[in-house]
Design a protein around this ligand. Structure first.
Ligand SMILES: NC(=O)c1ccc[n+]([C@@H]2O[C@H](COP(=O)([O-])OP(=O)(O)OC[C@H]3O[C@@H](n4cnc5c(N)ncnc54)[C@H](OP(=O)(O)O)[C@@H]3O)[C@@H](O)[C@H]2O)c1
Length: 342
């Protein structure tokens, strides 16, 4: 399987690391034979149809140069779009920064990949949040696979769990803590009695929150994940504008203290129930399995037959999220193999 990697940041590097670490095992187990033939970032690309060496690229980066400075295979200035169009490959792995205004540059990368007959794996929520129904249709129209399991739960297989493990059941509703940053802030406030501002500053110092934290604290990140869950698991056709969203800016220490008197706490809960998709601070009992601390994520699927099923795990991290990319690549590999057999 020839792969074009677009974006070589935290997740992109995780992808090259995990592919080289798990390569031998997976080749033996399922005949998976990945080869990264191009990596594009904002400065240009490196391209080698025989496969690239991540160690060499890492050394170039560590010396402070862009990967396109590689003397053998570097192509300074070439755009990711040109790479996707011109390099022969089966799959594009798209891991550029999220943008919920217009979803670029990921939207153009993904649609270009579809139109040139390439399957896509992405961890970027932007295009899905703004245009998931249209993108899944476009993938089908072009007869390619589109996978995005790293967009919800990082490495924790929340989408797969619901789609595959609960396939025989009917999912009636979904509720979850889908954003680790806000969960860290609310946990700090309730357990250590620090103000919202102080908890936010701590989260920024620890690298859990961006300097511009609105995406997390105003609930946009959780709302993007609600959109993905609603479309992929519950067959809704919604986008970000359909989610009724409230962040955690107005959660006070007093509100948390009042909740504690009722053996409860406040969590930023994303939910899909009937036709309603919401993100809002919600009081939940301390005994509820969803009530996880720190940066953990948790999601509960309420099903018709098997009752409530809750999945808990880390919601982010470069290597964790890269493991979701590998999971998606293996899924595509299995699907392609089945197609060949039929
Ligand atoms: N990190 C996580 O734990 C995590 C978890 C789940 C999902 N995600 C999602 O995964 C995606 C990648 O996250 P990340 O943490 O790896 O981000 P990152 O560290 O900021 O890396 C982004 C990469 O994309 C490159 N890039 C920016 N604009 C580009 C363009 N126009 N064309 C080609 N490459 C471009 C950047 O190049 P420069 O460095 O040169 O700017 C960088 O290499 C994001 O959408 C994020 O929301 C991340």
């Amino acid at each position: 399987m020839r792969i074009i990697l677009v974006g070589y940041g935290v997740v992109g590097k995780g992808v090259t690391t995990i592919l080289s670490r798990r390569y031998v095992e997976k080749t033996r187990d399922v005949g998976f034979n990945p080869k990264i033939v191009a990596i594009a970032d904002i400065d240009g690309a490196v391209i080698n149809p025989r496969g690239l060496s991540p160690e060499k690229l890492e050394a170039i980066k560590q010396r402070g140069f862009p990967i396109s400075a590689d003397p053998d295979f570097g192509r300074p200035g070439i755009s990711a779009l040109d790479v996707i169009e011109s390099v022969e490959a089966e799959v594009v792995v798209e891991v550029t920064p999220v943008n919920i205004q217009n979803a670029e540059p990921a939207m153009s990368h993904i649609t270009k990949a579809f139109k040139t007959g390439k399957h896509v794996v992405t961890t970027n929520k932007g295009p899905l949040a703004l245009a998931m129904p249209a993108l899944t249709e476009l993938a089908e129209f072009n007869n390619v696979y589109f996978r995005f399991s790293g967009t919800v739960g990082g490495g924790t297989p929340m989408l797969e769990f619901a789609k595959r493990c609960l396939a025989g059941d009917k999912i009636l509703s979904i509720r979850g803590i889908l954003n680790g940053t806000t969960n860290y802030i609310l946990t700090e406030m309730s357990k250590n009695h620090v103000s919202f501002q102080d908890a936010l500053v701590n989260a920024q110092k620890l690298g859990y929150a961006e300097r511009e934290p609105s995406m997390d604290i105003d609930g946009f990140d959780a709302a993007c994940k609600v959109v993905i869950l609603a479309n992929w698991i519950m067959n809704k056709k919604i986008t970000l504008k359909d989610v009724d969203r409230t962040g955690i800016r107005d959660v006070s220490l007093q509100m948390l203290e009042e909740a504690a008197k009722r053996n409860s706490t406040l969590k930023l809960i994303g939910s899909i129930e009937g036709d309603r998709a919401t993100v809002k601070p919600t009081e939940i009992p301390l005994t509820n399995p969803l009530c996880v601390s720190g940066v953990l994520n948790a999601v509960t699927f309420q099903t018709e037959f098997a009752g409530e099923q809750t999945l808990i795990g880390k919601g982010a991290g470069g290597i964790e999220t890269a493991s979701a990319v590998l999971r998606d690549l293996l899924d595509i590999r299995r699907k392609l193999a089945t197609k060949l057999l039929n």
